[in-house]
Write a protein of this length. Structure first.
Length: 274
């Protein structure tokens, strides 16, 4: 266990769109439900993490790659937003120590891993983290997805990283439970509802069944409509793999995200504060 005797849960979060925390009053839809769910996470966890390890849907490499800078820069990986949003900063420190531990655990499990000392925080990390930890006083480390999006490879990475939970590291998969930008309107309403309902049932089922279901997630109702390119779903696999035998709790749910879309987030494992 960690110094506090606490095993931290893991999360899969829907992180919203672009730099939304800086422009939420200008958004054409209500972001307050998502905002409140992110603000609640530190209270649910109950302790200040040693670091947050974020697996973002906005970074993929040939092999799993861990961000190893002591002070990561920013990556403005979005378009069409106000000019000032390309100069915002989230000045949380990185953690070369935690990055090295991530690499050690993956390598020890026979999973090839690289380190990147230049990679910055993308908006799949800095947008939700500025809501969770606005003072930027908790170290943050990113881990990439592995190209190809194999569910089992990402479940296995989560299993390898599970010891971090006893070492004070909060593991967060950051994506969006529905991610088809072409259908971010009325056409996405029913597909997002169908896939979200299946995903919630699968995640809250018996853990052994859950893992089997996630391996074949693309057979679910409206799966490929909801995730034609599954970069925003696969971070879920790491969060589940790191808490594979533990229960899931839905921590965020909205059936009018972006006006029409059903979106959710989940926690895996219990907390003393929840």
């Amino acid at each position: 266990m960690s110094d506090t005797g606490t095993r931290l849960p893991t999360y899969y979060i829907s992180h919203g769109g672009g730099p939304w925390p800086w422009i939420k009053d200008q958004m054409p839809w209500d972001m307050s439900v998502l905002e409140r769910s992110l603000q609640a996470m530190p209270r649910e966890v109950g302790v200040t993490p040693k670091a947050v390890l974020v697996i973002s849907g906005h970074w993929e490499e040939r092999e799993f790659t861990v961000q190893s800078s002591a002070q990561p820069p920013m990556v403005y990986d979005y378009g069409g937003f106000p000019e000032f949003t390309y100069h915002i900063t989230y000045r949380a420190p990185g953690s070369p120590e935690v990055a090295a531990r991530v690499a050690e655990l993956l390598d020890g499990a026979g999973i090839p891993v690289a380190e990147d000392p230049r990679r910055g925080f993308d908006h799949g990390t800095f947008a939700p983290l500025v809501v969770m930890y606005p003072d930027a006083d908790v170290p943050v480390v990113q881990l990439s997805l592995k190209r190809g999006y194999d569910p089992e490879a990402h479940l296995a990475a989560g299993r390898a990283l599970a010891p971090l939970r006893d070492e004070g590291v909060l593991i967060v998969g950051s994506g969006l439970s529905f991610h088809n930008l072409r259908l971010l309107g009325p056409a996405g309403q029913e597909p997002s509802r169908q896939f979200d309902a299946w995903l919630d049932d699968a995640l809250r089922s018996d853990p052994e069944f859950r893992t089997k279901a996630l391996r074949i997630w693309d057979r679910a109702p409206s799966a490929r409509v909801s995730h034609a390119h599954e970069d925003h779903l696969i971070p879920l696999m790491v969060a589940v793999g790191a808490a594979e035998g533990e229960t899931a709790t839905r921590t965020y749910h909205q059936d009018d995200f972006a006006g029409f879309i059903t979106a959710s987030s989940w926690r895996f494992g219990e907390t003393t504060a929840a």
